[in-house]
Design a protein. Sequence first.
Length: 313
Amino acid sequence: MDISVIIPLFNEDESLPELSDWIVRVMQTNKYSFEVIFIDDGSTDESWKVIQVIRSKYPEFKAIKFQRNYGKSAALNEGFKAAQGDVIITMDADMQDSPDEIPGLYTDIVDKGYDLVSGWKKVRYDNKFTKNFPSKIFNAVARKVSKIQLHDFNCGLKSYRKKVVKSIEIYGDMHRNIPVLAKWAGFKKIGERVVEHRPRKFGVSKFGWDRFIHGFLDLATVTFVGKFGKRPMHFFGLWGSLCFILGFIISIFLVLNKLFSSYFELSNKPGFYIALTLMILGMQLFLAGFIGELISRNSVDRNNYLIEEKIGL
């Protein structure tokens, strides 16, 4: 199979019929073998009924329905596990992503040899204050931290080599940092393609300001886990040792002053408490490194979701 298209959705019943017809036209025009996997993230409207109608019309369409809303990362993770295509393309269900971008994204993977290609919505129709400005800040920080030169880390329109999606795990709100996860998994050929961003035709945006706060926190998590997830002692042990040594040196200096000066009050000096704090902090960090080495960072049920129903899978 050439392409798997994964589409997470939440309350998008109005857009699904038109989006489905558009995807099929693109696939048939380019003679691709394909599947489309809808992930209904606990919609409360008629989305699932609409998906069932689409499935009866197009057998290439499959679907997973969550029992409740888990978020976009959970939806993508389940879609990645189910996908069978050589190239996996993700897009949003609100029709702000154009299916006409599919051939270009597919070609970038197959012909140009990229592992991952991220869309760049160079011209946007979102609110400049609530979405565009925070997005620019997040992308600038993400570029600086990850050393991946992408303009839009959070663009939902991306294409992946199959091996990439089968090698990474996303949870929480990690979907914003998939390029970073791919890089830490060893996939270095990450490209970018300018894509069309269309004005919203149906519904309203499901994301608010809090997504950018979560994005920064998740970026810090991805960066730390990528560097030190398999060797936490390298981080905690280093800083623990530095704190302990610095505190120990200060305490030695204070003790020597006390020995050579009978007027020197050891416990009345700020340095005494600084040294004591540094030594205690150093020991705690060092022990945290040991504990981190002994326990797994992966929860056994972190990516277990209650799925109410499946179609075609």
